[in-house]
Design a protein around this ligand. Structure first.
Ligand code: HEC
Length: 213
């Protein structure tokens, strides 16, 4: 996984600090109140940092799912019509038709909790209580065969849960990789000579211009 999220987090912190400093220095606007900062600061980290206290079982999640999620995502996450698939797709990532689901692709369970809490159900985002989000996350784990049907997810056992594709993500190493090393830049004959083999107009890929007719 790239370092981008870390940079965004640093940027956000820096801009909070900068906003506060600007408010003081130029008497512009006002400082965000702790309540306003708390309302924005709802992200959940992979180690569970940011999670509210709460718990929910697979069984409870199944009920909420049937009520509020299955109409789009299917009873078992198989999806209705072209809504997103939530379960299955294991061993398809390297195929011509990869099916990226929470079970086959997502690296961290915290993203599931955070995403559902922020964005679902699609037409009523931010309507779920923390216990409901725990229960739905537990249900999503169960339809991906990651836990048994009597499982309960809580803020206490959250950090122990792992998704199968976590190791499929790794730090973006392009800046340190030798093929991107620019310490001795090439100054001459760096690229093979390009040869024009056909003109686009002759290949007939350019739409006719009316003035040509
Ligand atoms: C009206 C249809 C609809 C309903 C109902 C709905 N969703 Fe979704 N869901 C979507 C759409 C559309 C997306 C993709 C949104 C996007 O990519 O911006 C999505 C994405 C998701 C994803 C991420 C899938 C992925 O791999 O990217 C999860 C997890 C999810 N929904 C869970 C839920 C849960 C839990 C509920 C019930 C509380 C729910 N959804 C209810 C339409 C729906």
């Amino acid at each position: 996984m790239s370092k981008f999220p870390k940079l965004v987090a640093l940027g956000l912190l820096a801009s909070f600090a900068a906003t506060t400093a600007l408010a003081d220095k130029y008497d512009l606007g006002r400082k965000a109140t702790p309540e306003e900062v708390a309302a924005w600061n709802i992200d959940i980290r992979p180690d569970g940092q940011g999670l509210p206290e709460g718990r929910g079982t697979v069984e409870q999640g199944e009920e909420i799912w049937a009520d509020q999620c299955a109409s789009c995502h299917g009873d078992f996450g198989e999806a209705v019509d072209r809504w997103p698939v939530i379960a299955g797709g294991f061993d398809t990532l390297a195929s011509d038709d990869p099916i990226k689901t929470v079970g086959s692709y997502w690296p961290y369970l915290s993203t599931v909790w955070d995403y559902v809490n922020r964005a679902m159900p699609f037409t009523e985002a931010r309507s779920l209580e923390p216990d409901q989000v725990y229960a739905l996350t537990a249900y999503i784990m169960s339809i991906n065969d990651l836990v048994d049907s009597d499982f309960e997810l809580s803020h206490e056992n959250f950090a122990e849960q792992k998704l199968p594709n976590e190791s499929g993500f790794f730090d973006d190493d392009r800046l340190s990789s030798p093929i991107f090393d620019k310490s001795e830049p090439c100054m001459s004959n760096c690229k093979p000579k390009a040869e024009v083999v056909m003109r686009a107009r002759i290949l007939d890929v350019t739409p006719d211009d009316e003035t040509d007719n």
